[in-house]
Design a protein around this ligand. Structure first.
Ligand code: FNR
Length: 343
């Protein structure tokens, strides 16, 4: 049940496969005889210096993978000098994660019907020293993952959604008998979420806001008008709408629309250093990884996550060296070719 929850995509899982296949259609154009004795992977994201352009995407319920869950991930991210994004639906609290590792943390926000819950979450993240809010915008309603339906997926009883345990969060009065019932959180997301709420969110926090889940240049342009601090091109790891394109296929369109006004990041299907290189060549400022983190957490806890980050780092470094790029700014559109370039 847990493996299927982590691994599967929605409906036909076409996008899940496409997220990987699409990378295979992009080829590298290495340049030679360039001094690559030093390869510099460092970069800055929203003004924060990090060791590499590879960050951790929010994934829910990490304690199902390992007893240390999000705490282990936070420590591994911090040790690797990169950013971890904590999910609203985490099995460790905002405060626990903040005290687990001294690294840079972003908080991923889901918007509930009860806006007071949202305000509380944002205030707690601010107070705990989180550096940005990642507003997920591709989940007004839950996508249909048939494996989860077949398995009757539910969070094992020994874990809880620690950010949602405040006395009044997730509990509502049952009008019929007056008793307090625990709501099923997955049903409490607000499907009316819209651009006005982005403005509202800006009034309740001074933290930078990234929108996660943009797949079109139209929405990227609106996001800029609304003054967001960055965009994460994402199809939620193929867990929401099936038959949307792989993110690597729409990245360039979005980068062009954004015209450098804010950084554009990408996730979904990134498994190799070459994938990261291709994303950077298409104009991404950095990438996020989801499943590689939960899988490595399940295998080896904090060490596992540390290893995955190290592997990706080494692979990116190798790709850069073999392509003649001594630093991230040397990676250009000319270092790759897409199907349409070759047509
Ligand atoms: C996710 N994702 C996700 N996104 C989000 O905004 N909030 C969340 O709570 C979760 N939870 C979640 C759980 C699991 C098990 C997975 C695999 C994914 C989506 C995640 O942030 C990211 O967009 C994708 O995981 C990226 O794709 P890859 O790297 O998994 O292919």
């Amino acid at each position: 049940m847990v493996y299927d929850f982590y691994a599967s995509g929605s409906e036909d899982q076409w996008t899940l496969k496409e997220n990987r296949d699409a990378f295979s259609s992009i080829l590298l154009r290495p340049r030679i005889l360039i001094d690559v004795s030093e390869v510099d992977l460092t970069t800055s994201v929203l003004g924060f210096e990090i060791s590499m352009p590879i960050m951790i995407a929010p994934t829910s319920m990490q304690k199902m993978a390992h007893p240390q869950g999000e705490l282990a991930t936070a420590r591994a991210a911090s040790a690797a000098g990169t950013i971890m994004t904590l999910s609203t639906m985490a099995t460790s609290s905002i405060e626990e994660v903040a005290s687990a590792g001294p690294g840079i943390l972003f908080f991923q926000l889901y918007v509930f019907r009860d806006r007071n819950t949202v305000i509380q979450l944002v205030k707690r993240a601010e107070k705990a020293g989180f550096k940005a809010i990642v507003l997920t915008v591709d989940r007004p309603v839950l996508g249909r993952k048939e494996d989860d339906i077949k398995n009757r997926f539910s969070l094992p009883a020994n874990y809880s959604l620690r950010n949602l345990e405040e006395p009044n969060i997730g509990k509502k009065k049952d009008e019929t008998n007056g008793s307090v019932q625990f709501c099923h959180f997955l049903g409490e997301f607000d499907p009316s979420l819209n651009w006005k709420d982005v403005k509202w969110l800006q009034t309740i926090t001074s933290l930078p806001i990234l929108l996660k889940g943009i797949l079109t240049s139209e929405d990227a342009r609106i996001a800029i008008e609304y003054g967001v601090s960055g965009i994460i091109v994402s199809n939620h790891g193929a867990r929401q709408l099936d038959y949307v394109p792989a993110t690597i296929m729409v990245l360039e369109e979005i980068v062009k629309a954004v015209q450098g006004k804010v950084p554009v990041f990408v996730d979904s299907g990134i498994r190799r250093g070459t994938d990261v290189f291709k994303a950077l060549a298409l104009g991404a400022s950095g990438v996020f990884i989801g499943r590689p983190v939960v899988y490595s957490l399940a295998a080896e806890g904090e060490d596992g996550v540390g290893n995955v980050l190290k592997m990706l780092r080494e692979e990116l470094q190798l790709t850069m060296a073999l392509s003649g790029c001594a630093s991230l700014k040397h990676i250009t559109r000319h270092h790759i070719s897409t199907d349409s370039d070759r047509a």
